[in-house]
Design a binder for this molecule. Sequence first.
Ligand code: 5GP
Ligand code: MG
Length: 193
Amino acid sequence: MPAAKKTAMHPDLAEVLLTEAQIKARVRAVAQELKAVYGEGEFTIISLINGAVMFTADLMREIDNPIRLDCIRVSSYGSKTKSIGSPQVIYSLTLDIKDRHVLVIDDILDTGKTLSLVSKLVRDLKPASLRTCVLLDKKERREVKIEADFVGFDIPNKFVVGYGLDFAERYRNLPCIGVLKPERQNAASWSAS
Ligand code: 5GP
Ligand code: MG
């Protein structure tokens, strides 16, 4: 028999900001917002991996439009909790998006550097339209003037993990979104077990 999923808060979290149920409900609502804009039409999702995998997968299943999916990978924080320098594209698009309606999806809008880099890259490929959608928005941290067209939740300036978001590649599989305990914000403190 498969092991039962644990429901208690993960011991490395100081607090849960968004529960699995809250995320689920909001993802459904964002899908309705997308429907109101795209109608029945086809659009191409560009998902920023790895962080946006959960959000993208759940959101796509709430939408019955014809959808094409591509992924793009931009350099991330590594084992740090603060964004440093300029993000770089590590893995780029394979689909042709010229004259297509494009929706870029990311997990979180923080300084805005990543989303503006990807928006520029997409715009240069001459799509019919470009919109952006993020699950989380840390407005306080913005350094580049950019807002997403669709936002799941506004959150305070705290480093969060779970539901696709990682710290040094861990915690992506948590069903909720929470704040890491300060003593866990140091990957060197982990054992390999
Ligand atoms: P930005 O370029 O807007 O500063 O950062 C966007 C990227 O930084 C996101 O795609 C995400 O990968 C990462 N990021 C920003 N804030 C957080 C956070 O609180 N937790 C995690 N895990 N990643 C974050
Ligand atoms: Mg990311």
